[in-house]
Design a protein. Sequence first.
Length: 301
Amino acid sequence: MDHISRIGVFIAVVKAESFAGAARALGITSSAVSKQVQNLEHDLQVKLLNRTTRNVSVTEEGAVYYERAARALEDLQEAQEQIYELKSRPRGPLKVSFPQSLGIKYFRETIASFAAKYPEVELDVSLDERFVDIVNEGFDLAVRIGALKDTSLIARRMASCPFVVCASASYLETHGTPEEPGDLAHHNMLAFTGNTGLHEWRYQDATGQIGQVSLRGNFKADSGDILCSAALQGVGISILPVFYVAEHLKNQALQAVLPDYATSPKRDIYAVFQPNRFQSTRQRLFVDHLVSTCKRLPWEG
């Protein structure tokens, strides 16, 4: 095994935190892994790993070497992928994350059609409402909803995602229709527990003025789908991303409330990438595929 291959074995051990885990990942024996790390340490004349009967950890020198070596090998891999993709169909792994409800409602056909069109791309799709750490969890890209914040990540805007204040006709007939934001303080508001502003609504009027109103209610959940169902049943007024309620607004099962006021800050749908990383052909094609779908979203027309 050459020197670069030994570096790859060492990196696998650090990631797995064990020789056995690295062996499983590489498809070789634990003894072969141990031998290659020893050979690398001999080449470098430095101890890279602390070994005990229970675990493996990097030495101070090993940590420095791992950081630089992992980055260098990643650069080599990306260079190889770039050259390969210039002369062939896109291929290789592509790990992506979607918000669960948005992905299922509006992107499942798009994802499937991409897989059918590019069978040599190894798609790994995660649908989860949590905020994934794309760097530490190894995602190539993540689709996110929100106001774009200052970040080291690279983002491409794909579509708008306004939040809609809405309720069923039965609720509004019983409790009245709010005519201004302050009226919401007197209604049963359905709260999304994943929102940092759980008990308030920040809004912007037609002139651009920003305001805020305190909210209260007897129903909260960490699922937009559950809150949408509660609104349909007349439990209260919801403030949800448009993709949860678009079809219900269209068939008038829900009615928009305070349409002249917009949730502030503005929310959009973004494709977010790791910084300082080669954008593979398969990744660019996948995002282009998503953007084409976004142009046909019912609220984008």
